[in-house]
Design a protein around this ligand. Sequence first.
Ligand SMILES: CC[C@H](C(=O)O)C(=O)SCCNC(=O)CCNC(=O)[C@H](O)C(C)(C)COP(=O)(O)OP(=O)(O)OC[C@H]1O[C@@H](n2cnc3c(N)ncnc32)[C@H](O)[C@@H]1OP(=O)(O)O
Ligand SMILES: [Co+2]
Length: 132
Amino acid sequence: MKKIDHIGIVVKSIENALNLYKNLLELEITGEEILEDRGLKVAFIKVGDTRIELLEPLHENSEISGFLAKKGEGMHHIAYTVKNVSEMITKAKEFGLKPLSDEPKDGAHNTKVVFLHPKTTNGVLVELVEHK
Ligand SMILES: CC[C@H](C(=O)O)C(=O)SCCNC(=O)CCNC(=O)[C@H](O)C(C)(C)COP(=O)(O)OP(=O)(O)OC[C@H]1O[C@@H](n2cnc3c(N)ncnc32)[C@H](O)[C@@H]1OP(=O)(O)O
Ligand SMILES: [Co+2]
């Protein structure tokens, strides 16, 4: 475990959210990406050694649409950098945690990721990220 890779924040509009991150805080936007299979537009913002990941739904069946409808905009997940996601999936199961997939999936910006169910991680959705 090296560091916090990013903090995911669900927003209705990345463009509107950039008023805080770009205009006021003058932070650097390091990339935007469309993840069609997840129904998401994401933007990464560099904050020192870590990043904020803004997540905007592309449509009402996106991975974050349920969250947005129930809870509204806000903090969605914390992501940690790991060396090997596959190994972490095996270990997480051994420790009684619940990975949401048995194999790593593609994340944004050339990464492999897995999520751990928040009911097994103290109410926080955790993402483990391996940079390819
Ligand atoms: C990978 C691309 C990108 C990247 O970094 O590279 C991303 O980060 S994509 C981020 C969006 N994608 C995901 O989050 C995928 C994994 N998430 C899921 O599979 C679901 O969201 C899941 C399983 C965490 C919840 O889905 P479910 O359909 O079960 O939702 P419910 O509304 O029924 O919630 C059940 C229960 O969990 C609580 N919950 C849900 N989401 C969160 C959350 N983000 N943080 C904390 N807790 C959460 C919810 O409140 C319910 O609790 P209850 O006490 O029963 O009300
Ligand atoms: Co993420």
